[in-house]
Ligand binder design. Structure first.
Ligand code: MTE
Length: 319
């Protein structure tokens, strides 16, 4: 297992949202402003009325690499969520049918004792952080998102897997009242529920996040409320949304996209500008809101943190 002791970013002491802002946004008062904590990026966006009022408590990311954030509107208006539709622009208008009330997460497989936990109870057991990450979709677009969440390694400690557990398998909730395409199967090539997986050392890496929000507030439905995975060095399809089941297993899980087309999508899906998708180049990407493309970075810019996980592996073969 590879746990990075010193992450490349520095999380500082909490910053309290300025009093002036409370006065400007009266809605803050309703939420119990005294306990509100937010980073300056959030404060700036909030002051311009660009984001919902923050409702999460978290340690902020100092953004040492000065990544330029995409706006809340960009991040929440262009989504891949096939359970609703294949139209990225329409997901946000359809996602209201997703009901996150009384959301349960089942933990099973090779663990000391399988259990089910209410999402809100899980939130009470973990410490939330902000993680400003690059996010690169296999299709060639990308964005920078200030996620809020807790490390998957924190959840793994709670789950208590056995030493025989070699992989973690995730499943999106199956409920065809909430997710219209699960009933209709318009995009019939995907078999639901959506499934993803990580090797145990990838799952334990400090970059791997269970995200519950962005820009300081709860995860928008279109982005995978209430709980999704974020693996910033891998193509976006690994970042499974609206998780309701986490299983510890001894065999590599067959993830949805690999099952759909193994020639084009593999288990690892590490961002790699040197290995093209069979139908397009992966050398460049278009950041949402930008006209010109930029060079894609090896492991999406997280080479120092994760390259050692794949030592000796032929990255052309293990796609
Ligand atoms: N998870 C589920 N359950 N269903 C999906 O269709 N799409 C994936 C991933 N997780 C998807 C999913 C893909 S292809 C991408 S690029 C990201 O979610 C998109 O996340 P975003 O909409 O928050 O940008």
């Amino acid at each position: 297992m590879n746990i990075i002791k010193k992450p490349s970013w520095q999380i500082d002491e909490n910053e309290v949202t300025p009093k002036e802002l409370f006065e400007k946004r009266r809605t803050f008062l309703k939420l119990g402003a005294a306990s509100m904590i937010a980073g300056s990026t959030v404060i700036e966006a909030l002051a311009k009325d660009q984001i919902p009022v923050p409702n999460l408590h978290y340690l902020k990311d100092n953004n040492p690499n000065n990544l330029k954030l995409n706006t809340y509107d960009q991040i929440t208006s262009y989504n891949n969520f096939y359970e609703f539709t294949t139209s990225k622009e329409r997901v946000k208008d359809m996602a209201h049918t997703l009901n996150t009330d009384n959301w349960k997460i089942e933990i099973d497989g090779l663990v000391e004792k399988p259990f089910e936990i209410d999402f809100e109870d899980l939130l009470k057991k973990v410490e939330l952080q902000e993680r400003i990450y690059r996010f690169r979709c296999v299709e060639g677009w990308s964005m920078v998102v200030p996620w809020n969440g807790f490390t998957l390694s924190d959840l793994i400690k709670i789950a208590k897997p056995l030493s025989s557990a070699k992989y973690v398998r995730f499943e999106t909730k199956f409920d065809d009242d909430m997710f219209p395409d699960q009933a209709r199967g318009v995009f019939s090539t995907i078999t639901y529920p959506y499934v993803e997986g990580l090797r145990m050392d990838e799952a334990m890496n400090d970059l791997t996040l269970m995200a519950v929000g962005l820009y300081g507030s709860r995860m928008p439905k279109q982005n995978g409320a209430p709980l999704r995975l974020i693996v910033p060095w891998k193509y976006g399809f690994k970042s499974i949304k609206s998780i309701s089941k986490i299983s510890f297993v001894d065999k590599e899980p067959l993830n949805s996209w690999q099952k759909e087309n193994p020639r084009e999508y593999g288990f690892f899906a590490n961002v790699n500008p040197n290995v093209d998708h069979p139908r397009w180049s992966q050398a460049k990407e278009r950041v949402l809101g930008k006209f010109f493309k930029k060079e894609t970075l090896m492991f999406n810019g997280y080479e120092n943190e994760v390259a050692s996980l794949y030592k000796g592996m032929d990255l052309r073969k293990f796609i």
